[in-house]
Design a protein around this ligand. Structure first.
Ligand code: PLP
Length: 212
């Protein structure tokens, strides 16, 4: 089942991903390890998790299989140490304080932590992320954080107008020649996202089925 669904998602991506530059992140929050293992057996390597304790258990059990772990959930200060120790990517940085803590806590024997700034692209009060106006200043401050590599932006647009939001996100990225990663696009809008230059698409339900 999961292998079939995964294949369908891959086919959707392939149909629009002309330059073959898109990485599929399987969003596995709330899913049991057995489900992740099915996806792994079908070739999936990148996983996105939102809840730290649950993620740490999975990372431990599934170690040694060459997986790449992305933290994509809200980050409280008291969670940064373990995120810095166990993840390859953090996509959900929404304030400098969190970036500084991750930088200080990233173990020196690991590669730099790859990070994305979460942008509240539609300025929705219910969503976290920095506003477009704040990006410049935060990026300037990132320069001192030598244990992090800022790669680009992540956004979760309002589903009602996501195509316009993706276009906006793309034009923001174009202003920063050092950055080249956009994490955007979910089950219902991955085609729009890829047409606007998404590098990561984050898909949960279409791979693993409905969450309880
Ligand atoms: C849960 C989640 C997704 C995936 O959502 P689905 O509806 O399960 O496909 C993508 N991005 C983020 C940030 C999420 O929290």
């Amino acid at each position: 089942m999961i292998a079939d669904r995964l294949q369908r998602v891959q086919a959707r991506i392939k149909a629009v991903d002309k330059n073959q530059q898109v990485t599929l992140i399987a969003v596995s929050k709330t899913r049991p390890v057995a489900d992740l293992q099915q996806a792994i057996n079908a070739g999936q390597r990148h996983f996105g998790e939102n809840y730290l304790q649950e993620a740490l258990d999975k990372i431990e059990v599934l170690q040694g299989q060459g997986l790449i772990w992305h933290f994509i959930g809200a980050i409280q200060s008291n969670k940064t140490q373990q995120i810095a120790q166990h993840f390859d990517w953090v996509q959900s940085i929404d304030r400098l304080k969190i970036a500084k803590r991750l930088n200080d806590q990233r173990p020196k024997d690991l590669p730099k932590l790859k990070v994305l700034l979460q942008v509240n692209i539609d300025n929705e009060v219910t969503k976290s992320g920095v506003s477009i106006d704040e990006i410049d200043e935060i990026i300037t401050q990132f320069k001192g954080l030598t244990n992090l590599t800022l790669k680009g932006f992540m956004c979760i647009p309002n589903p009602d107008n996501s195509e316009q939001s993706f276009t906006k996100m793309r034009s923001v990225l174009n202003q920063y020649p050092d950055l080249d990663v956009l994490s955007m696009g979910m089950s219902y809008d991955l085609e729009f996202a890829i047409e606007n230059g998404a590098s990561f698409v984050r898909i949960g339900t279409d791979i693993f089925g409905k969450r309880d």
